[in-house]
Design a protein around this ligand. Structure first.
Ligand SMILES: Cc1cc2nc3c(=O)[nH]c(=O)nc-3n(C[C@H](O)[C@H](O)[C@H](O)COP(=O)(O)OP(=O)(O)OC[C@H]3O[C@@H](n4cnc5c(N)ncnc54)[C@H](O)[C@@H]3O)c2cc1C
Length: 411
């Protein structure tokens, strides 16, 4: 069985890997290079314990209006507002307890196998850099710390690892680079982190060794179908005959899904990161600056900080004002001499649905077409578990996890 996978990010590559394990021949089509999209410069956290949907009960229209401020962690570009309005209306409709809790449970079910999948990838010989250091969350005030703790505990009830409170003294012992002013901490011990480009490179190499076909520099533009079956993927390098197709093109999956008769409300939640090679100071473990909503990650020989959620449509435009704001807040919070001017800035498009739950499953409009996208801030965390779940459905018609909450037909 030849299965075409459009998109060579973490989600597409993980799907390809599990399809290969089930005996299929994956045919990966990537318009640029493997791992060059959103999967490249992200924070690299594998974080089931903080896997939550973004629409939250307290979010009101008034608080959404604050997001027009250019230095707000969640920023909506005013000029993009008319185009984003339908998506935002749907997002707002999910800002209630019932949907939030349902989303937490659905994500926890998918995450139940996340760490096992990562252990298995390593055991299968996929070469990538992964550490088990937990995540330290720090806050200047007790209110925000309590909110974060309640959120982690809600996820823990649904099955993830728990966290513990850290007082001011221990906070500075755990992370001596913190500047004064932080009084409250939450440590999530079970979490891991990895350097994302090592994972996509490792998966790409392992797939080639295992006999997969990989077409880099090939843009998928549409499909050739007969009745309800896709026969070939139309690409800038010619048609590729397939027995089934998985669209895993990240934030750009909407166009291809529409071409298959199933439009989905997907937009990009742009995030920024700065990567510093050979930093003067290095963090002891991943650090979350709670007030500013900034994540910082120590990799071997490299330090990365990242944040912001910008809704400005599907584009890779890098807003230097937002990078400046990120740099300023990091420099104010942590002793990183390069924070203000050093390192490389990067922008990535997180694939975002209005309920911020992924879209994993069969398209209702075709007999052999599937989607695996919409993983918002959690694609690295959920990539292997989503790929594993979808591969079983494509290759064997089997459902290891209840994917009902992630159905492509839910709109
Ligand atoms: C700043 C930032 C920090 C983040 N931190 C974390 C984190 O710590 N932990 C975590 O779990 N997640 C994190 N994320 C989210 C995570 O990066 C994404 O959810 C994940 O990378 C999405 O993977 P993907 O494979 O769906 O998309 P992508 O990586 O974008 O891959 C899609 C691929 O499809 C290709 N493509 C698109 N259209 C076509 C076409 N027509 N034909 C062929 N190829 C096509 C693209 O070139 C791209 O390579 C972060 C994101 C950002 C922006």
């Amino acid at each position: 069985m030849r299965v075409g996978i459009v998109g060579g990010g973490i989600v597409g590559l993980a799907t390809a890997w599990y399809l290969r394990k089930l005996g299929a021949v994956p045919v990966v089509i990537e318009t640029w290079k493997l791992g060059g999209g959103c999967s490249f410069g992200n924070a690299g956290w594998i974080c089931p314990s903080i896997s939550t949907p973004l629409p939250a009960p307290g979010l009101t229209w008034k608080s959404l209006l604050w997001t027009m401020r250019r230095d707000s962690p969640l920023y909506i570009r005013p000029r993009a507002l008319p185009r984003l309005a339908p998506w935002l209306m749907r997002f707002r409709s999910h800002c209630n307890h019932a949907d939030h809790e349902r989303g937490i449970r659905a994500l926890a079910a998918l995450n139940a196998v996340t760490m096992a999948r990562y252990d298995e990838l390593a055991a299968d010989g996929v070469d990538f850099e992964m550490e088990r250091a937990g995540i330290l969350m720090v806050f200047p005030d007790s209110g925000k710390a309590a909110e974060a703790r309640a959120e982690v505990e809600a996820v823990a009830e649904a099955g993830a690892a728990a966290c513990r409170e850290v007082d001011a003294a221990e906070l500075y012992e755990m992370e001596p680079l913190l500047r004064p002013g932080f009084r409250h901490g939450v440590f999530v011990e079970g979490e891991r982190h990895l350097r994302p480009d090592t994972l996509t490179a490792g998966l790409g190499a392992a797939l080639l060794r295992a006999g997969a076909e990989i077409h880099e520099g090939a843009l998928a533009t549409g499909f050739r179908s007969e009745g309800r079956r896709v026969r070939a993927i139309v690409t800038s390098r010619g048609d590729l005959e397939v027995d089934a197709v998985v669209v895993a093109a990240g934030a750009q999956s909407g166009t291809l899904s529409r071409a298959l008769g199933c439009p989905i409300p997907l937009t990009a939640g742009k995030g920024y990161s700065v990567t510093i090679d050979e930093p003067v100071n290095q963090l002891r473990q991943p650090l979350y600056l709670g007030g500013a909503k900034i994540g910082m990650t120590p990799f071997a020989g490299t330090l990365r900080f990242s944040g912001t959620m910008e809704l400005s449509g599907i584009n890779r435009r890098l807003d230097s004002a937002r990078v400046e704001s990120l740099r300023r807040q990091v420099a104010q919070a942590v002793q990183i001499p390069e924070a203000r001017t050093g390192g490389r800035a990067w922008v990535g498009m997180r694939p975002m649905t209005p309920d911020t739950l992924p879209v994993i499953g069969a398209l209702p409009t075709r007999d052999n077409a599937y989607l695996n996208t919409g993983h918002q801030m959690l694609g690295l965390t959920l990539g292997p578990s989503s790929g594993w779940a979808l591969a079983a459905m494509v290759a064997e018609g089997r459902r290891g996890v209840d994917l009902g909450a992630f159905s492509p037909g839910r709109w």
